[in-house]
Ligand binder design. Structure first.
Ligand code: SF4
Ligand code: SF4
Length: 219
């Protein structure tokens, strides 16, 4: 060590003392993420509240970290959770393993699985970082009904998936049946959905906003 080396070291300290701090004041200040940020997953619903997940396990097979566990089950006439034959009866994501790479959402054939911008996934319990289906499912939006229930958007697959754009939405029918008229919000919501469907974006844009941030990752 040279004679002046300690003074050089203090020089670095001294010059840094007057620089603006770069410390993030988290959690008081939460930095906004990029729109396509890969955060916490979400299991989406159809507009009547049925689940989009059909329990096919493609997401689990695509995952390089083996972080997803899925068990599928058959829908029955009395208990229907998704519009297809099957639904995901058990769905878990282990955030101790997940590297937020997004391969699972690319593999999902129904756009049931998407990623939100929510990055607050730290915990001091290993058990609590295994998220269950109940934690991952999108909350029920206006006009949605908690499964199990019959397909409200049509009996056949064509009726369910390819709706007449002029047909009223479930929340509009519910509003009219209860003696009221569809609200301005419901009308606007319906117009937005029709516009997106006309633009060929129906399966993406009809997904419910993510928990917490309210932002849906564009794809
Ligand atoms: S984001 Fe990547 S690591 Fe995480 S569950 Fe999906 S595929 Fe697996
Ligand atoms: S989230 Fe998608 S890929 Fe995974 S089991 Fe459900 S439908 Fe299949």
């Amino acid at each position: 060590m040279g004679l002046f080396d300690p003074y050089k070291g203090f020089g670095v300290t001294f010059s840094t003392m007057f620089k603006k701090p770069t410390t993030e004041q988290y959690p008081e200040y939460k930095k906004e993420t990029a729109p396509r940020f890969h955060g916490r997953h979400q299991l989406n619903r159809h507009p009547d509240g049925l689940e989009k997940c059909v329990g096919c396990e493609l997401c689990a097979w695509a995952c390089p970290a083996d972080a997803i566990y899925v068990e599928g089950a058959d829908n029955t006439e009395t208990e229907r959770f998704s519009p297809g034959e099957r639904y995901g009866s058990v769905y878990q994501i282990n955030y101790l393993r997940c590297i937020l790479c997004g391969l699972c959402i690319e593999a999902c054939p129904t756009r049931a699985l998407t990623m939100s911008n929510d990055y607050e996934l730290a915990d001091d319990s290993r058990r609590d970082l295994i998220f269950t289906k109940e934690q991952l499912l999108a909350p029920l939006a206006e006009g949605m009904e908690a499964p199990p229930h019959p397909m409200r958007l049509g009996e056949s697959e064509t009726d369910y998936y390819v709706r007449d754009p002029d047909a009223p939405f479930p929340w509009q029918v519910a509003s009219t049946e209860s003696g009221g008229t569809p609200t301005a919000d419901a009308d606007q919501q319906a117009e937005d959905v029709i516009a997106r469907r006309t633009a060929g974006e129906h399966s993406r844009a009809d997904e419910v906003p993510a928990h917490g941030t309210g932002t849906e990752r564009p794809r």
